[in-house]
Design a protein around this ligand. Structure first.
Ligand SMILES: C[S@@+](CC[C@H](N)C(=O)[O-])C[C@H]1O[C@@H](n2cnc3c(N)ncnc32)[C@H](O)[C@@H]1O
Length: 84
């Protein structure tokens, strides 16, 4: 992958997907998940803090981009739910 794909694009996607309007929608939908969750295209893990830890056993995050996986590390470390 190129420098742009690994270092620039993940930042742009993360900013675009974390706007106030999108966060409000996430706050409505993500807490409804339960059981074992598979996030296809987990990105930087913006959803992780929004899962209801009483309802979710664990989260599988599928993410092909190395840059996005690197960006997700902080959110994964802060997650109260196990993330693989
Ligand atoms: C627009 S971002 C959304 C990230 C995250 N779901 C969110 O809501 O913030 C889409 C993500 O899907 C990932 N992606 C692209 N192709 C994929 C594929 N074939 N399988 C799984 N993830 C993929 C990208 O690397 C990117 O991180």
């Amino acid at each position: 992958m190129s420098f742009y794909e690994n270092n620039i694009l993940p930042h742009i996607i993360n900013c675009a997907c974390s706007s106030n309007a999108i966060m409000k929608l996430r706050e409505k939908v993500v807490p409804l998940a339960f059981g074992n969750v598979l996030e296809v295209g987990m990105g930087s893990g913006v959803n992780l803090a929004l899962y209801n830890q009483n309802n979710v056993n664990m989260i599988w995050g599928l993410e092909p981009s190395l840059g996005m996986r690197k960006k997700a590390m902080n959110n994964i470390a802060r997650s109260a739910i196990q993330v693989e």
